[in-house]
Design a protein around this ligand. Structure first.
Ligand code: ATP
Length: 320
């Protein structure tokens, strides 16, 4: 029987466990042997793999994080590292690897393919920053966590007539900021894709809202915009409104995955194994609309990310 392996790599995301579970169970149902690789590509370099059975993935779906652990592996990111990992796969009889992770992990999967091992990428990252797919595993959970946290911040912001500047994750991608900004009714949302003007987009807006009787303000800022503390101090200096910065940070990466993350992860994990079972290689699984599809890895990595201008306009119109 054909033997495959599954690993999680790069930043962890809620729902990765559902993907791993789906890969293991689909593989077994197709009559394959399946290994779980520990700590991303490191497991292929250190021989840290374990044979999985139906029960190895019991009880993991509802947990955040990844039961296989994850890592960033500088050693793998070298030609020697890739060859070593491919040699280990051949030694174990591993013909295919499902890699759950972000863009960086897909580049690794492409390199491992180049070294003769069939690889399939599955998008797992809370940022939703992968161009080829409308959705990445972990995104929905992160959005809901950020929304709940900002709702709490709003309670205290309101009680004190303050302005809260809340930084959410997203280094290159403003999707978390944009959606949570709409969901919490932020007065302004700053994303890395759109430059902002401090006077026009923040100070003037706050003053205009103040004239209509508004006394507390939430501003959502994507991590990639940067300088959240400095921005908060400038707002207080320019408006006289007491302002506080909150960086949500890693709370957004944890927690039990939402239904959407569990279902999408299960569908994507299944699709990845189906591809390997059909002899495909060098593909990434993606979501287009509500359909699960797949693309060539190199093609996927070269796609430009499209920012949702319409959603940005809605957000700008509704926030004041
Ligand atoms: P996230 O964006 O959620 O953190 P990611 O998969 O993009 O996820 P990275 O840290 O960029 O996270 O990549 C994870 C691992 O993939 C790296 O540690 C490395 O082993 C491998 N990798 C990254 N970039 C490359 C590359 N250009 N070529 C080969 N392997 C790579």
């Amino acid at each position: 029987a054909k033997t495959i392996a599954v690993l999680t790599s790069g930043g962890d995301a809620p729902g990765m466990n559902a993907a791993v579970r789906a890969v293991v169970r689909s593989a077994i149902s197709f009559g394959m042997n399946v290994y779980g690789v520990m700590r991303g590509y490191n497991g292929l370099l250190n021989g840290d793999v374990k044979e999985m059975n139906m029960r190895s993935v019991s009880d993991i779906m509802q947990h955040g994080g990844t039961a296989l652990f994850t890592a960033r592996s500088p050693e793998f990111n070298t030609p020697e590292g890739v060859k070593k990992a491919a040699d280990f796969c051949r030694e174990k009889g591993i013909e295919g690897v499902v890699v759950v992770g972000g863009d960086g992990s897909f580049r690794g999967a492409r390199d491992l393919c180049g070294a003769g091992i069939s690889c399939i990428g599955v998008p797992g990252t809370i940022d939703n920053d992968i161009a080829c797919t409308d959705y990445t595993i972990g995104y929905d959970t992160a959005l809901n966590t950020a929304m709940e946290m900002i709702d709490r911040i709003r309670d205290t912001t309101e009680s004190h007539d303050r302005c809260s500047v809340v930084e959410v994750m997203g280094r290159r991608c403003g999707d978390i900021a944009l959606n949570t900004g709409i969901a919490v009714g932020a007065m302004a949302t700053l994303v890395p894709e759109v430059p902002y003007d401090f006077e026009r987009d923040i100070v003037e807006r706050m003053k205009a809202a103040q004239r209509t009787g508004k006394r507390h303000y939430i501003i959502v800022v994507a991590e990639g915009v940067g300088h959240t503390q400095e921005l908060t101090e400038r707002i207080q200096a320019a408006t006289g409104i007491e302002s506080r910065a909150t960086v949500l940070g890693h709370v957004q990466r944890g927690g039990s995955p939402t239904l959407r993350d569990r279902v999408v992860a299960s569908r994507m994990g299944y699709h990845a194994v189906e591809l390997l079972n059909n002899g495909a290689s060098n593909r990434v699984v993606a979501m287009k609309g509500e359909q699960i599809v797949d693309f060539d890895i190199t093609e996927a990595l070269n796609m430009p990310r499209i920012f949702d201008e319409n959603l940005y306009r809605v957000s700008a119109r509704l926030s004041i």
